[in-house]
Write a protein that binds this ligand. Structure first.
Ligand code: FAD
Length: 351
Protein backbone atom coordinates (compact mmCIF):
# COMPACT_ATOMS: atom_id res chain seq x y z
CA UNK A 1 0.00 0.00 0.00
CA UNK A 2 1.25 3.48 -0.81
CA UNK A 3 -0.02 5.75 1.95
CA UNK A 4 -0.25 9.50 1.59
CA UNK A 5 -1.15 11.62 4.60
CA UNK A 6 -4.42 13.52 4.60
CA UNK A 7 -2.40 16.74 4.75
CA UNK A 8 -0.52 15.87 1.56
CA UNK A 9 -3.65 14.76 -0.31
CA UNK A 10 -5.55 17.92 0.63
CA UNK A 11 -2.56 20.19 -0.09
CA UNK A 12 -2.10 18.79 -3.60
CA UNK A 13 -5.82 18.96 -4.41
CA UNK A 14 -6.09 22.50 -3.03
CA UNK A 15 -3.06 23.67 -5.01
CA UNK A 16 -4.46 22.18 -8.21
CA UNK A 17 -7.91 23.69 -7.63
CA UNK A 18 -6.46 27.11 -6.76
CA UNK A 19 -4.37 27.05 -9.95
CA UNK A 20 -7.54 27.00 -12.06
CA UNK A 21 -8.10 30.56 -13.19
CA UNK A 22 -11.88 30.43 -12.69
CA UNK A 23 -11.71 29.07 -9.12
CA UNK A 24 -11.74 31.35 -6.10
CA UNK A 25 -11.26 29.89 -2.61
CA UNK A 26 -12.82 31.75 0.35
CA UNK A 27 -11.55 29.79 3.33
CA UNK A 28 -13.25 31.76 6.11
CA UNK A 29 -16.69 32.04 4.53
CA UNK A 30 -19.47 29.92 6.00
CA UNK A 31 -22.54 28.98 3.96
CA UNK A 32 -25.61 29.39 6.17
CA UNK A 33 -28.53 28.75 3.83
CA UNK A 34 -29.91 28.31 0.32
CA UNK A 35 -31.62 31.08 -1.65
CA UNK A 36 -34.70 30.22 -3.75
CA UNK A 37 -36.24 31.91 -6.78
CA UNK A 38 -39.51 33.84 -6.29
CA UNK A 39 -41.55 30.81 -7.40
CA UNK A 40 -39.71 28.67 -4.83
CA UNK A 41 -38.66 26.05 -7.43
CA UNK A 42 -35.02 26.94 -8.17
CA UNK A 43 -31.99 27.33 -5.95
CA UNK A 44 -30.45 30.58 -7.15
CA UNK A 45 -27.61 30.97 -4.66
CA UNK A 46 -26.44 30.69 -1.07
CA UNK A 47 -26.39 32.97 1.95
CA UNK A 48 -23.00 33.29 3.60
CA UNK A 49 -21.45 34.66 6.79
CA UNK A 50 -18.00 36.27 6.96
CA UNK A 51 -18.79 38.08 4.79
CA UNK A 52 -22.56 38.22 5.23
CA UNK A 53 -24.03 38.30 1.73
CA UNK A 54 -26.03 36.47 -0.89
CA UNK A 55 -23.98 34.72 -3.55
CA UNK A 56 -25.92 34.20 -6.81
CA UNK A 57 -25.27 30.96 -8.70
CA UNK A 58 -26.49 29.05 -11.76
CA UNK A 59 -25.80 25.84 -9.86
CA UNK A 60 -25.16 25.17 -6.16
CA UNK A 61 -23.20 22.03 -5.27
CA UNK A 62 -23.53 20.82 -1.70
CA UNK A 63 -20.25 19.12 -0.80
CA UNK A 64 -20.50 19.85 2.92
CA UNK A 65 -19.45 16.35 3.98
CA UNK A 66 -21.15 14.55 6.85
CA UNK A 67 -22.78 17.87 7.86
CA UNK A 68 -25.13 17.21 4.88
CA UNK A 69 -26.42 20.77 4.95
CA UNK A 70 -28.89 20.65 2.03
CA UNK A 71 -30.63 17.56 3.40
CA UNK A 72 -31.27 19.47 6.62
CA UNK A 73 -32.25 22.72 4.90
CA UNK A 74 -34.66 21.35 2.27
CA UNK A 75 -37.65 20.69 4.61
CA UNK A 76 -37.48 24.31 5.81
CA UNK A 77 -37.82 25.38 2.16
CA UNK A 78 -40.92 23.24 1.51
CA UNK A 79 -39.20 20.19 -0.04
CA UNK A 80 -39.12 16.67 1.43
CA UNK A 81 -35.93 15.47 3.08
CA UNK A 82 -34.44 12.47 1.25
CA UNK A 83 -35.03 9.01 2.72
CA UNK A 84 -32.00 7.84 4.67
CA UNK A 85 -30.51 4.33 4.92
CA UNK A 86 -28.05 3.59 7.71
CA UNK A 87 -25.92 0.59 8.61
CA UNK A 88 -23.87 0.95 11.76
CA UNK A 89 -21.43 -1.69 12.96
CA UNK A 90 -20.10 0.62 15.68
CA UNK A 91 -16.52 0.87 14.56
CA UNK A 92 -14.00 3.07 16.27
CA UNK A 93 -10.41 4.05 15.57
CA UNK A 94 -7.47 5.23 17.62
CA UNK A 95 -4.44 6.52 15.72
CA UNK A 96 -1.01 7.84 16.59
CA UNK A 97 2.11 8.90 14.69
CA UNK A 98 5.50 7.41 15.56
CA UNK A 99 9.11 7.70 14.54
CA UNK A 100 10.87 4.33 14.44
CA UNK A 101 14.59 3.82 15.12
CA UNK A 102 16.65 2.47 12.19
CA UNK A 103 16.40 -1.25 11.61
CA UNK A 104 13.29 -1.89 13.69
CA UNK A 105 11.22 -2.71 10.70
CA UNK A 106 11.74 -3.77 7.13
CA UNK A 107 8.69 -4.13 4.92
CA UNK A 108 5.34 -2.83 6.06
CA UNK A 109 3.61 -5.27 8.35
CA UNK A 110 0.02 -5.21 9.34
CA UNK A 111 -3.27 -6.91 9.36
CA UNK A 112 -6.81 -6.03 8.66
CA UNK A 113 -9.98 -6.17 10.75
CA UNK A 114 -11.82 -9.30 11.85
CA UNK A 115 -8.64 -11.32 12.20
CA UNK A 116 -6.99 -13.57 9.65
CA UNK A 117 -8.84 -16.13 7.57
CA UNK A 118 -8.65 -19.58 9.03
CA UNK A 119 -7.01 -18.42 12.25
CA UNK A 120 -9.83 -19.21 14.64
CA UNK A 121 -12.91 -17.25 15.57
CA UNK A 122 -13.15 -13.80 14.01
CA UNK A 123 -11.94 -10.98 16.17
CA UNK A 124 -13.56 -7.57 16.55
CA UNK A 125 -10.07 -6.03 16.62
CA UNK A 126 -7.61 -5.00 13.96
CA UNK A 127 -4.86 -2.58 13.26
CA UNK A 128 -2.28 -1.46 10.80
CA UNK A 129 1.11 0.11 10.69
CA UNK A 130 1.79 2.27 7.65
CA UNK A 131 4.64 4.44 6.49
CA UNK A 132 3.26 7.78 5.31
CA UNK A 133 5.38 9.49 2.69
CA UNK A 134 8.98 9.09 4.02
CA UNK A 135 8.06 9.67 7.63
CA UNK A 136 6.31 9.16 10.05
CA UNK A 137 4.74 5.79 10.77
CA UNK A 138 1.04 5.70 11.51
CA UNK A 139 -0.42 3.16 13.90
CA UNK A 140 -4.18 2.82 13.61
CA UNK A 141 -6.07 0.45 15.86
CA UNK A 142 -9.67 -0.35 15.09
CA UNK A 143 -12.50 -2.22 16.75
CA UNK A 144 -16.07 -2.98 15.77
CA UNK A 145 -19.20 -4.02 17.68
CA UNK A 146 -18.36 -1.21 20.15
CA UNK A 147 -15.02 -2.84 20.97
CA UNK A 148 -13.46 0.61 20.64
CA UNK A 149 -9.68 1.06 20.96
CA UNK A 150 -8.96 3.41 23.85
CA UNK A 151 -7.41 6.86 23.57
CA UNK A 152 -5.12 6.62 26.61
CA UNK A 153 -1.53 5.44 26.44
CA UNK A 154 -1.86 2.29 28.54
CA UNK A 155 -5.10 1.17 26.94
CA UNK A 156 -3.74 1.84 23.42
CA UNK A 157 -0.72 -0.41 24.00
CA UNK A 158 -2.82 -3.11 25.67
CA UNK A 159 -5.23 -3.11 22.71
CA UNK A 160 -2.30 -3.37 20.26
CA UNK A 161 -0.90 -6.31 22.22
CA UNK A 162 -4.27 -8.07 22.13
CA UNK A 163 -4.31 -8.29 18.31
CA UNK A 164 -4.05 -11.64 16.51
CA UNK A 165 -0.65 -10.56 15.12
CA UNK A 166 2.21 -9.36 17.36
CA UNK A 167 4.04 -6.75 15.25
CA UNK A 168 2.21 -3.57 16.29
CA UNK A 169 2.37 -4.40 19.99
CA UNK A 170 6.10 -5.07 19.61
CA UNK A 171 6.84 -1.87 17.70
CA UNK A 172 5.04 0.65 19.95
CA UNK A 173 7.34 0.30 23.01
CA UNK A 174 10.51 0.91 20.94
CA UNK A 175 9.04 3.76 18.87
CA UNK A 176 8.99 7.49 19.63
CA UNK A 177 5.42 8.81 19.80
CA UNK A 178 5.24 12.15 18.02
CA UNK A 179 1.53 12.96 18.32
CA UNK A 180 -1.31 12.53 20.76
CA UNK A 181 -3.61 9.52 20.29
CA UNK A 182 -6.68 10.57 18.31
CA UNK A 183 -9.94 8.61 18.36
CA UNK A 184 -12.87 8.57 15.90
CA UNK A 185 -16.23 6.81 16.23
CA UNK A 186 -18.54 8.47 13.70
CA UNK A 187 -18.42 5.50 11.34
CA UNK A 188 -22.05 4.83 10.40
CA UNK A 189 -22.68 4.19 6.68
CA UNK A 190 -25.34 6.76 5.84
CA UNK A 191 -26.92 7.17 2.43
CA UNK A 192 -29.40 9.92 1.58
CA UNK A 193 -31.51 8.83 -1.36
CA UNK A 194 -31.73 12.02 -3.41
CA UNK A 195 -32.51 9.79 -6.42
CA UNK A 196 -35.85 8.84 -4.79
CA UNK A 197 -36.96 12.39 -4.00
CA UNK A 198 -40.16 13.14 -5.95
CA UNK A 199 -40.09 16.90 -5.46
CA UNK A 200 -36.73 18.64 -5.62
CA UNK A 201 -35.59 22.18 -6.40
CA UNK A 202 -33.68 22.73 -9.63
CA UNK A 203 -30.17 24.13 -9.50
CA UNK A 204 -28.96 22.07 -6.51
CA UNK A 205 -26.70 19.02 -6.64
CA UNK A 206 -25.65 17.11 -3.51
CA UNK A 207 -22.50 15.04 -3.73
CA UNK A 208 -19.99 12.81 -1.96
CA UNK A 209 -20.27 12.50 1.85
CA UNK A 210 -23.21 14.94 1.94
CA UNK A 211 -25.15 12.37 -0.13
CA UNK A 212 -23.48 9.13 0.95
CA UNK A 213 -20.98 8.77 3.77
CA UNK A 214 -19.20 5.46 4.22
CA UNK A 215 -17.66 3.75 7.19
CA UNK A 216 -14.14 5.20 6.71
CA UNK A 217 -12.49 1.89 7.64
CA UNK A 218 -12.95 0.74 4.03
CA UNK A 219 -11.21 3.81 2.57
CA UNK A 220 -13.72 4.53 -0.20
CA UNK A 221 -14.91 8.09 0.46
CA UNK A 222 -12.33 10.03 -1.53
CA UNK A 223 -12.63 7.76 -4.57
CA UNK A 224 -16.42 8.07 -4.44
CA UNK A 225 -16.05 11.86 -4.18
CA UNK A 226 -13.82 11.83 -7.29
CA UNK A 227 -16.27 9.64 -9.18
CA UNK A 228 -19.01 12.10 -8.16
CA UNK A 229 -17.00 14.96 -9.63
CA UNK A 230 -16.59 13.06 -12.91
CA UNK A 231 -20.34 12.33 -12.92
CA UNK A 232 -21.06 16.02 -12.44
CA UNK A 233 -18.76 16.90 -15.34
CA UNK A 234 -20.57 14.36 -17.54
CA UNK A 235 -23.99 15.67 -16.61
CA UNK A 236 -22.95 19.29 -17.10
CA UNK A 237 -21.75 18.44 -20.61
CA UNK A 238 -25.08 16.74 -21.33
CA UNK A 239 -26.93 19.69 -19.84
CA UNK A 240 -25.11 22.15 -22.05
CA UNK A 241 -26.23 20.18 -25.11
CA UNK A 242 -29.81 19.92 -23.87
CA UNK A 243 -30.47 23.28 -22.29
CA UNK A 244 -27.60 25.72 -22.74
CA UNK A 245 -27.15 27.67 -19.50
CA UNK A 246 -30.39 26.47 -17.91
CA UNK A 247 -29.93 23.95 -15.11
CA UNK A 248 -33.46 22.53 -15.29
CA UNK A 249 -33.33 18.73 -15.19
CA UNK A 250 -29.71 18.48 -14.08
CA UNK A 251 -30.40 17.86 -10.37
CA UNK A 252 -32.59 14.79 -11.00
CA UNK A 253 -30.27 13.32 -13.63
CA UNK A 254 -27.21 13.79 -11.41
CA UNK A 255 -28.95 12.12 -8.45
CA UNK A 256 -29.87 9.11 -10.62
CA UNK A 257 -26.37 8.77 -12.10
CA UNK A 258 -24.73 9.18 -8.74
CA UNK A 259 -26.93 6.48 -7.15
CA UNK A 260 -25.66 4.03 -9.81
CA UNK A 261 -22.03 5.06 -9.32
CA UNK A 262 -22.26 4.65 -5.56
CA UNK A 263 -23.96 1.26 -5.67
CA UNK A 264 -20.92 -1.04 -5.53
CA UNK A 265 -19.05 0.97 -2.88
CA UNK A 266 -22.19 1.10 -0.75
CA UNK A 267 -22.90 -2.63 -1.11
CA UNK A 268 -19.27 -3.49 -0.32
CA UNK A 269 -19.21 -1.38 2.85
CA UNK A 270 -22.55 -2.73 4.06
CA UNK A 271 -21.65 -6.32 3.13
CA UNK A 272 -18.60 -6.08 5.36
CA UNK A 273 -20.50 -4.42 8.19
CA UNK A 274 -23.35 -6.96 8.08
CA UNK A 275 -20.83 -9.50 9.36
CA UNK A 276 -20.27 -7.57 12.56
CA UNK A 277 -22.33 -8.91 15.44
CA UNK A 278 -24.93 -6.41 16.63
CA UNK A 279 -24.89 -4.09 13.60
CA UNK A 280 -27.95 -1.86 13.51
CA UNK A 281 -29.86 -0.34 10.61
CA UNK A 282 -31.20 -1.53 7.29
CA UNK A 283 -31.34 -5.36 7.07
CA UNK A 284 -29.19 -7.17 4.50
CA UNK A 285 -30.88 -7.49 1.09
CA UNK A 286 -32.34 -10.81 -0.06
CA UNK A 287 -29.71 -13.20 -1.43
CA UNK A 288 -26.96 -11.44 0.51
CA UNK A 289 -25.62 -14.61 2.17
CA UNK A 290 -25.32 -16.49 -1.13
CA UNK A 291 -23.57 -13.55 -2.78
CA UNK A 292 -21.29 -13.23 0.23
CA UNK A 293 -20.26 -16.89 0.30
CA UNK A 294 -19.38 -16.73 -3.41
CA UNK A 295 -17.47 -13.45 -2.99
CA UNK A 296 -15.49 -14.82 -0.03
CA UNK A 297 -14.37 -17.78 -2.13
CA UNK A 298 -13.25 -15.42 -4.91
CA UNK A 299 -11.16 -13.64 -2.26
CA UNK A 300 -9.65 -17.01 -1.29
CA UNK A 301 -8.96 -17.79 -4.95
CA UNK A 302 -7.12 -14.47 -5.34
CA UNK A 303 -4.41 -15.79 -3.01
CA UNK A 304 -2.96 -17.92 -5.79
CA UNK A 305 -4.47 -16.42 -8.94
CA UNK A 306 -2.82 -13.11 -9.84
CA UNK A 307 -5.42 -12.26 -12.51
CA UNK A 308 -8.25 -12.60 -9.99
CA UNK A 309 -6.25 -10.66 -7.41
CA UNK A 310 -5.73 -7.76 -9.83
CA UNK A 311 -9.41 -7.62 -10.74
CA UNK A 312 -10.43 -7.82 -7.09
CA UNK A 313 -8.03 -5.00 -6.16
CA UNK A 314 -9.27 -2.87 -9.06
CA UNK A 315 -12.87 -3.33 -8.00
CA UNK A 316 -12.18 -2.75 -4.32
CA UNK A 317 -10.27 0.42 -5.18
CA UNK A 318 -13.21 1.51 -7.39
CA UNK A 319 -11.00 1.63 -10.48
CA UNK A 320 -13.47 -0.55 -12.37
CA UNK A 321 -16.79 -2.26 -11.72
CA UNK A 322 -17.58 -5.73 -10.30
CA UNK A 323 -19.11 -7.21 -13.51
CA UNK A 324 -16.21 -9.68 -13.94
CA UNK A 325 -17.44 -11.48 -10.78
CA UNK A 326 -20.27 -12.88 -12.92
CA UNK A 327 -17.93 -14.39 -15.50
CA UNK A 328 -19.16 -18.01 -16.12
CA UNK A 329 -15.59 -19.39 -16.17
CA UNK A 330 -14.82 -17.81 -12.82
CA UNK A 331 -18.08 -19.12 -11.36
CA UNK A 332 -17.23 -22.62 -12.64
CA UNK A 333 -13.72 -22.46 -11.12
CA UNK A 334 -15.09 -21.37 -7.76
CA UNK A 335 -17.80 -24.04 -7.85
CA UNK A 336 -15.23 -26.74 -8.59
CA UNK A 337 -13.14 -25.70 -5.57
CA UNK A 338 -16.07 -24.62 -3.32
CA UNK A 339 -15.19 -26.49 -0.12
CA UNK A 340 -11.44 -25.95 -0.39
CA UNK A 341 -11.80 -22.18 -0.94
CA UNK A 342 -14.51 -21.95 1.72
CA UNK A 343 -12.23 -23.64 4.27
CA UNK A 344 -9.61 -20.94 3.66
CA UNK A 345 -12.19 -18.36 4.66
CA UNK A 346 -13.40 -20.21 7.76
CA UNK A 347 -16.54 -21.79 6.23
CA UNK A 348 -17.64 -25.25 7.39
CA UNK A 349 -17.45 -28.09 4.83
CA UNK A 350 -20.64 -28.32 2.75
CA UNK A 351 -21.90 -24.83 3.69
C1 FAD B 1 -11.24 9.16 10.22
C2 FAD B 1 -11.50 9.11 8.73
C3 FAD B 1 -10.67 8.38 7.89
C4 FAD B 1 -10.90 8.35 6.53
N1 FAD B 1 -10.04 7.62 5.73
C5 FAD B 1 -10.26 7.59 4.40
C6 FAD B 1 -9.37 6.90 3.54
O1 FAD B 1 -8.39 6.32 3.98
N2 FAD B 1 -9.64 6.90 2.22
C7 FAD B 1 -10.73 7.54 1.68
O2 FAD B 1 -10.94 7.52 0.47
N3 FAD B 1 -11.59 8.20 2.48
C8 FAD B 1 -11.39 8.24 3.81
N4 FAD B 1 -12.26 8.92 4.61
C9 FAD B 1 -13.46 9.50 4.02
C10 FAD B 1 -13.16 10.83 3.35
O3 FAD B 1 -12.53 11.67 4.29
C11 FAD B 1 -14.46 11.47 2.90
O4 FAD B 1 -15.25 10.55 2.19
C12 FAD B 1 -14.19 12.65 2.00
O5 FAD B 1 -13.40 13.61 2.69
C13 FAD B 1 -15.51 13.28 1.60
O6 FAD B 1 -15.27 14.47 0.89
P1 FAD B 1 -16.35 15.60 0.92
O7 FAD B 1 -15.81 16.70 0.05
O8 FAD B 1 -17.69 15.08 0.64
O9 FAD B 1 -16.43 16.10 2.45
P2 FAD B 1 -15.32 16.68 3.41
O10 FAD B 1 -13.96 16.25 3.03
O11 FAD B 1 -15.84 16.39 4.79
O12 FAD B 1 -15.39 18.25 3.15
C14 FAD B 1 -16.52 19.01 3.50
C15 FAD B 1 -16.07 20.45 3.53
O13 FAD B 1 -17.21 21.29 3.66
C16 FAD B 1 -16.90 22.31 4.58
N5 FAD B 1 -18.14 22.84 5.15
C17 FAD B 1 -19.04 22.16 5.92
N6 FAD B 1 -20.03 22.99 6.26
C18 FAD B 1 -19.77 24.20 5.66
C19 FAD B 1 -20.44 25.45 5.65
N7 FAD B 1 -21.59 25.66 6.29
N8 FAD B 1 -19.88 26.46 4.95
C20 FAD B 1 -18.71 26.30 4.28
N9 FAD B 1 -18.02 25.13 4.25
C21 FAD B 1 -18.56 24.10 4.97
C22 FAD B 1 -16.01 21.63 5.63
O14 FAD B 1 -15.25 22.57 6.33
C23 FAD B 1 -15.15 20.74 4.72
O15 FAD B 1 -14.02 21.43 4.26
C24 FAD B 1 -12.01 9.01 5.98
C25 FAD B 1 -12.88 9.74 6.82
C26 FAD B 1 -12.61 9.80 8.18
C27 FAD B 1 -13.54 10.60 9.04
Amino acid sequence: MVAASRLLVELVIRERAAALTNVEVRPTTEVVGLVLSDDGRHVTGVRTEAPSRVEQADLVVDASGRAALAAHWLPGLGFPAPETTEVNAHWGYASRFYRLPEGVIGPVVGGFPLGRAGSGPPSTRGGFLLLQENDPWLVTLSGCAKDFPPGDETGFLAFARSLAFPQIGEVIPVAEAISPIRTWRNTVNRRRHFERVADRPEGLVVMSDAACAFNPIYGQGMSVASIGAIDLHTELETQRGLAGRSMVGLAGRYAARSAESIRYAWDAACRADYRVPGFVGAPPPEGYLDAQSYYDRVVALSRDDLGVYEKLSGTNQLIHGPEWLDDPDLRATVRARWDELGALMGYEQGS
